[in-house]
Ligand binder design. Structure first.
Ligand code: CTP
Length: 129
């Protein structure tokens, strides 16, 4: 049983999100997702996500590739989360390439290509215009 963990905000759930969750699940057997909490997003980006953390968590929980969801409360706790959830593999989009190599002593770290031409930020911009 290979346990995979991934992290993200997953606001305005879109095709790129679906693709990374599908690919992450294919890499192992059990997929755990850390959803950035509202307060973590505020401290990171200076704004709250469009959907609340409860809404984002519920949507990700409903995805058939996902087995367990928790709130990521701090970016500094990645190592602790990987240990706590006994992750064998950390999967991140390749916009994060290299950023989590320091965790390779406790789990395999895999960066997978982002789906081109889609992001939450782009969707917000498109709707604004
Ligand atoms: N992701 C992806 N392909 C995309 C968009 C996101 O593979 N086109 C991945 C990211 O690499 C990350 C996860 O989905 O591992 C969650 O990303 P998140 O930051 O929530 O989504 P974005 O759409 O990139 O959001 P934003 O525009 O706010 O940065």
């Amino acid at each position: 049983m290979r346990r995979v963990i991934t992290f993200g905000t997953f606001d305005l759930f879109h095709y790129g999100h679906l693709q990374i969750l599908r690919r992450a699940k294919e890499i192992g057997d059990f997929l755990i997702v850390g959803i950035s909490s509202d307060s973590l997003n505020f401290s990171k980006k200076g704004r709250y996500p469009i959907y609340t953390q409860m809404e984002r968590k519920s949507i990700i929980e409903a995805c058939k590739y996902v087995d367990y969801v928790f709130y990521e409360e701090s970016l500094e706790l990645k190592r602790q989360y990987c240990l706590e959830y006994k992750a064998d593999i950390l999967v991140m989009g390749d916009d994060w390439t290299g950023c989590f190599d320091n965790l390779s002593d406790i789990c395999e770290v895999i960066y997978i290509p982002r789906t081109p031409s889609i992001s939450t930020t782009q969707i917000i911009e498109k709707i604004r215009i």
